[in-house]
Ligand binder design. Structure first.
Ligand code: PEP
Ligand code: MG
Length: 324
């Protein structure tokens, strides 16, 4: 089976009834780009920039631009969606002047840090725009909780673009702007945020944590961490619907996207773009090819009256089990 999966990895992922799904790769290091190209991924759907930052928190704009450029060149003409720095939470760093917080996951994290450290943020945005001269990119903001944060970040980005142009840098090819939807307030106001961006990216690792008040790292409550909780599925549904209405793309890049057992629910909710680690691409594509989108939509409909995450998972699993 492994050989069969591997052989078909570059073929598109289309369901038995012709619904096409784009499968992209999550990345953390520039060095992964070779494996990603070979994995069958269409694009990089999530590049977590924290890891490069940790290598050298005082790294210059030139160094960042050179590193991002290597990733962009490796994937072009496909696009690389960079997520701006998502430190805070479990990734605390002295360099930004963060203090210990009683509830770090509810504290100074993601876009909050970037908007509070403008010089650092500008350095990253300028480096990303410089890399964009070499291929299409996306820039998305993590931990967005209201549309004002997106507007503030876009203003800074526009200023950086203006400066770079005046300084004579070559113009970016294509830069799509996105918001991570990973806090319930963002999902509930997705219609307002959609007006400001070109795409959404559903960060379900955090969305599950914040919706259910279950720490994603706490073993003690791990059994309560349920991606199939109806509240989570409703928030995903609202996000997809708002994206459709606004005519923008929506991708899902949390771990949930690589879980073949819940794939029927995700397709049923209308998702047509997933981003998973490179090692999962061929498996996920294979599973999609065996699903029927109409049947997946029906499962979601049938689950609407169910309140129990386990029962919803069972329904989805029953479809998924036929995949192998
Ligand atoms: C998520 O929250 O689902 C996500 C993709 O981001 P991270 O796991 O880096 O928080
Ligand atoms: Mg997240």
């Amino acid at each position: 089976l492994e050989d069969a999966l591997h052989a078909t990895r570059h073929q598109p992922a289309v369901t038995t009834d012709g619904f096409k799904v784009q499968v992209c790769a999550n990345a953390e290091f520039v060095e992964e780009m070779g494996d990603i190209r070979d994995s069958g991924a269409a694009h990089v759907g999530l590049f977590r920039t924290e890891f490069l930052y940790m290598e050298d928190p005082a790294g210059t704009e030139d160094w960042l631009a050179e590193s991002y450029t290597r990733a962009v060149k490796a994937i072009a003409p496909g696009h690389v969606t960079f997520r701006t720095l998502d430190i805070g939470g479990d990734k605390v760093d002295d360099q930004i002047g963060a203090e210990e917080e009683p509830n770090p996951f509810l504290g100074w994290r993601g876009i909050r840090v970037s908007l509070g450290r403008k010089q650092m943020f500008r350095r990253q945005l300028r480096a990303l725009l410089r890399a964009a001269a070499h291929g299409p990119i996306g820039i998305m903001f993590p931990m967005v909780c209201d549309v004002g944060e997106v507007r503030a970040a876009k203003e800074l980005l526009a200023e950086c673009a203006q400066e770079l142009s005046e300084e004579g840098y070559p113009p970016p090819k294509q830069v799509d702007i996105g918001a991570m939807i990973e806090i319930p307030s963002a999902a509930l106001t997705a219609d307002l945020i959609a007006a400001e961006v070109d795409f959404f990216s559903l960060g379900t690792n955090d969305l599950v944590q914040y919706t259910l008040a279950v720490d994603r790292l706490n073993e003690r409550v791990a059994d309560l961490y349920s991606p199939t909780h109806p509240a989570v599925l409703r928030l995903i549904g609202l996000t997809v619907e708002a994206a459709r209405r606004a005519g923008i793309r929506v991708c899902i890049c949390g771990e949930m996207a690589a879980d073949v057992e819940v794939l029927p629910l995700l397709l049923g909710l209308g998702l047509d773009e997933l981003s998973v680690s490179a090692g999962q691409i061929s498996r996920v594509k294979h599973a999609i090819r065996r699903l029927n989108a109409a049947e997946c939509a029906k499962i979601v409909e049938d689950c609407r009256h169910l309140g129990c995450p386990k029962m919803i998972l069972e329904r989805s699993r029953a479809i998924a089990q036929r995949l192998y």
